[in-house]
Write a protein that binds this ligand. Structure first.
Ligand SMILES: [Zn+2]
Length: 157
């Protein structure tokens, strides 16, 4: 069985897109999706204002000043998008019924019973440093602790 995004707001969103066309409605996750969208659009509006507001124009005269502003605002939007996408990743806390493969031996991992809350993880990305949470897993076969890497994970049978 392949681990999928089933049950996540992202998979729901794609199903909702199809069902909306057939007149079928609304999900409990819709409100969260709309809240995130409003937050993003507000940030994009701030980025636009930073470039085009009349009282900012004296600070955007040289190419370097324009580049700095564009790159700063773009980086903020990129970091926000990646952080929110990571936070909504179903791999952050797979359902207990979903198999999660050990990256070392491919055997089926189990959630670590001693540390059940998702653990903060940090990494550097091309969109800047990110922090996100993942459920800790343990491989009973090789005794390794690991974190689910993503949705395409599949244990060997
Ligand atoms: Zn293993």
């Amino acid at each position: 069985m392949t681990v999928t995004a089933e049950g996540s707001w992202m998979s729901w969103y794609s199903r909702w897109g199809a069902s909306k066309r057939g007149g079928v409605p609304v999900s409990p996750k819709r409100t969260e999706h709309q809240r995130l969208r409003r937050e993003f659009v507000a940030m994009a509006g701030d980025a636009f204002d930073a470039m085009f507001d009349g009282d900012r124009q004296e600070q955007l005269m040289t190419m370097t000043q324009r580049e700095d502003c564009v790159l700063e605002k773009g980086a903020e939007l990129q970091g926000w998008l990646l952080a929110r996408h990571l936070a909504n990743d179903p791999a952050a806390a797979p359902a207990k019924s979903e198999p999660v493969a050990c990256p070392a031996c491919g055997g089926a991992g189990v959630p670590d019973k001693r540390d059940t809350a998702p653990v903060p993880r940090r990494c550097r990305t091309r969109a800047g440093p990110q922090e996100f949470r993942r459920t800790k897993y343990r491989c009973p076969k090789c005794r390794r602790i690991f974190f689910p890497p993503g949705r395409e994970t599949r244990p060997r049978s």
